[in-house]
Design a protein around this ligand. Structure first.
Ligand code: ASP
Length: 335
């Protein structure tokens, strides 16, 4: 019988209403989980539950919590056939992307899921999300970090939260689904396509100063100078369209060139959910080409940001980091 490790980190799925709004509740979560009838079916995998302390709303999660999830999996890696991580939806795509990079040589399913409606409320989507994520983890055909939500299994490092209220809350705008759950779970990718070439290894993240800056019409770049040049090692620059930024301002070139000189890595990605950055297509992206910004291609912001954490945490030098940002490491980027 397959054995799954279910890790509850927090999030709506196990929350209850309080005077301040929804908050996680470990006792209520345990009771609601135990009451899901499907998990007692002879077809369900065996499972153990790990409950984090403190349980968090995912808005409060960052590098420390990504490391905690990563080490919880790494410590138990040999004892289970797969892992299901229950997580708040708000930053689930960031955590799934982070774990995709942290878990090098992953050869088992690690499936993130959660809910838009708590388990203890009527019409909770948590029950199906948990049961189907457990089945996917037990079937073992997806040997990577996935995100299952609302009937769709997405590659973790391609997912993004696209709706704050729909039960199909996530999308993978630039990559096909890994599977669809209808009457059957229909896998859409070749399972051997994801076989790792290296042994499993956990790479924790360092708390590197990295930022995301969104360009907007009228942006006054000079206000970002100090942050971009002295404080941040990596910047994900959310540009217009295929990588364009306002070009009439001289401040930008100067700031980016200075940031580059002081060892920052600038990654250009598009504000458009779908499609890719193609630096140099328009004159308005010339400045970024000239100072050697890395082309973020069709990566999500979640993937670009966590990839920078990953590459800096590996202690690579800036030129290697820039090269690897533009290389596909986990299926996060179409080359
Ligand atoms: N704020 C919650 C969280 O991300 C939302 C959710 O889980 O759906 O933890």
């Amino acid at each position: 019988m397959k054995k799954i490790c279910l890790i509850y980190t927090g999030g709506t799925v196990g929350m209850v209403k309080s005077e301040e709004g929804y908050v996680p509740d470990s006792a209520r979560f345990a009771a609601e989980l135990a009451a899901i009838p499907d998990l007692h079916s002879p077809d369900a995998p065996a499972y153990d539950v790990v409950v984090f302390d403190p349980l968090l709303d995912s808005s409060d999660m960052a590098v420390h919590e990504w490391n905690k999830i990563g080490s919880a999996i790494a410590e138990r890696y040999d004892n289970y056939d797969g892992f299901v991580v229950l997580h708040g939806t708000d930053t689930m795509a960031y955590s799934a992307s982070a774990l995709s990079f942290m878990l090098e040589g992953l050869a088992k399913p690690v499936i993130f899921t959660g809910a838009q409606i708590p388990l203890y409320e009527m019409r909770s989507d948590g029950r199906d999300n948990i049961v189907t994520a457990m089945m996917i983890a037990a079937e073992g055909r997806v040997r990577e970090v996935g995100l299952y939500f609302g009937g769709k299994l997405l590659r973790g490092c391609r997912a993004t939260k696209s709706s704050s209220d729909a039960l199909e809350a996530f999308e993978s705008p630039n990559a096909p689904l890994l599977a669809e759950a209808g009457i059957r779970i229909r896998y859409l990718q070749d399972p051997d396509g994801t076989l790792p070439k290296s042994p499993f290894r956990f790479q924790p993240f360092a708390d590197v100063p990295i930022g995301v800056i969104k360009v907007f019409p009228g942006i006054q770049f000079e206000f970002f100078e100090q942050v971009m040049t002295d404080k941040l090692k990596g910047v994900v620059l959310e540009t217009f369209g295929t990588g364009n930024v306002p070009s009439s301002q001289k401040a930008l070139l100067h700031i980016i060139a200075k940031a580059h000189k002081s060892g920052s890595v600038i990654v250009a990605r598009s504000q458009c959910a779908q499609g890719q950055v193609s630096l140099g297509t328009y004159a308005t992206s010339r400045a970024l080409v000239d100072i050697g910004a890395a082309n973020g291609g069709d990566m999500t912001t979640e993937a670009a940001l966590t990839k920078l954490y990953y590459l800096f945490s590996k202690g690579l030098d800036v030129s290697q980091i820039k090269k690897l940002v533009e290389k596909n490491l986990r299926g996060e980027l179409s080359e």
